[in-house]
Design a protein around this ligand. Structure first.
Ligand SMILES: *Cc1c(COP(=O)(O)O)cnc(C)c1O
Length: 430
């Protein structure tokens, strides 16, 4: 499969090159040249396939011929070595738990898949690749864990000092080996700008191969389409109109769901559930896309003021507002509403949701008001104990720590303090 740049000012390129470059030379996001739907029987017989088999069949066209089939089988098998359970609350609402991976947020799958692709592409170790990534919390840990020990790949994570949770900080600063954490004196937006500057800085790019592990990278973004098919596999016999409510920040996850739909997955509708960072909710009301500086909320992984993958979504619907609107609804909720939802989920269904999942639950409820026949699956994108402060404030029950989290708690944080872009550059050129 070849990929083109959505800015249309750069040549088309292979999967391998798109993964190694991250962004196209014209700074556009890469998008596959074509999408071939899978035969209907694939979805009819899906219960007979394992997760790895589903992943292999659905991602094959996007990575071939750069990754041979036997290597791809191994990559998806290793990537998906944990569970993706669906828990049904009632006839209308289920949740798909995406937090059973090593860092307990849904980003593990994309990070593990991308790490293995890069490891394969660089197995001869011809040129070291440096993965630069800015994180507001979850991406850093998933990327650190996914890329740990991958030969020929060095990972540099920038995170805002004092603005990630204790657990998130431990997950990204305690691994060592090929992973370095830079603790930035600033906000997440500052970290993201430093990364963007680095990609534009010839003094760096002439010296080293830099790539990104944010969802702009096709190898991080595309494997997220598996989730929607896994949920369908578990629910198809019970419900007809399956709707996904996706807690959204950069809109990579919901856009991957739309790719699954393009492959033929029967999905009735998508809901992008937002916190008060509601650029897309507003867009669907007014057709005006107005990026804004991000606002800090309790669902911090969705504090994004200019979602990078929205352009991919518009491309899927050929920039036609009506077809987008038919497939996507969006709602926005405050922190107060989110906390009330966490309480409601706990009291009504005896389930502890994290703040991001709770926003997804609220989106599902809003949609059900006008579509009572639908079955809405909200994505639980992180384990509640990653947001212990909020969860313990709202839910009157001590939360036990899962083994993945306990394992990092006792480790010693190692980070390098960086004040500004010059500091990052000095570190990279050293
Ligand atoms: C990253 C993240 C999101 C947002 O996902 P996007 O693909 O950026 O829309 C939601 N919830 C959690 C817990 C996350 O880590």
């Amino acid at each position: 499969m070849n990929y083109y740049s959505l800015n249309k000012q750069a040549p088309n390129t292979s999967f391998k090159n798109a993964v190694i470059k991250g962004l196209a030379p014209d700074k556009g996001l890469y998008f596959p040249e074509s999408i071939s739907p899978l035969p209907k029987v694939f979805f009819e017989n899906i219960e007979s396939l394992s997760h790895a088999e589903i992943a292999f069949e659905t991602i094959k066209q996007f990575v071939s011929p750069d990754i041979p089939e036997d290597v791809l089988k191994q990559i998806v098998t290793e990537t998906l070595a944990f569970e993706f359970p669906v828990i049904s609350f009632n006839e209308n609402i289920s949740t798909l738990e995406l937090f059973h991976g090593p860092t307990m947020a849904f980003k593990d799958v994309g990070a593990r898949f991308m790490a293995r692709c890069l490891g394969y592409f660089n197995k001869e170790n011809t040129e070291e690749i440096t993965v630069l990534v800015a994180t507001s919390g979850d991406t850093g840990g998933a990327v650190a864990n996914g890329f740990l020990g991958v030969k020929g790949v060095k990972v540099v994570i920038l995170y805002p000092s004092g603005k990630v949770s204790d657990i998130q900080e431990k997950q990204l600063t305690t691994l060592g080996q090929n992973i370095t954490a830079l603790e930035v004196d600033g906000t997440f937006d500052d970290c993201q700008n430093m990364v963007k500057n680095a990609f534009l800085d010839k003094a760096l790019t002439n010296h080293m191969q830099l790539t990104s592990a944010n969802s702009i990278n096709v190898a991080r973004w595309l494997p997220q389409l598996f989730y929607f098919i896994f949920a369908y596999r578990q629910l198809k016999r019970k419900y007809k109109d399956i709707v996904f409510s996706v807690p959204s920040g950069n809109f990579g996850n919901v856009c991957a769901g739309m790719m699954a739909q393009q492959l033929g997955l029967p999905v009735a509708h998508f809901i992008a559930s937002n916190n008060e960072n509601n650029v897309v909710t507003e867009y669907l009301k007014s057709q005006l896309y107005n990026p804004k500086p991000s606002i800090q909320t309790i669902s911090n992984a969705m504090d994004v003021g200019d979602p990078s993958n929205f352009i991919r979504i518009q491309n899927i619907y050929k920039n036609n507002f009506e077809s987008l609107e038919q497939n996507l609804s969006s709602y926005s909720f405050s922190d107060i509403q989110t906390k009330a939802a966490m309480k409601e989920i706990y009291n009504t269904y005896n389930y502890v949701a994290d703040p991001h999942g709770a926003v997804g639950y609220l989106g599902a409820k809003s949609y059900l008001e006008s579509h009572p026949e639908a079955h809405c699956v909200f994505l639980e994108t992180a384990h509640p104990t990653k947001f212990l402060d909020v969860v313990e404030e709202v839910i009157p029950e001590k939360q036990g720590l899962p083994t993945q989290i306990e394992a990092v708690m006792g480790k010693v944080k190692v980070s390098i303090k960086v004040k500004n872009y010059e500091g990052l550059k000095r570190y990279l050129l050293k």
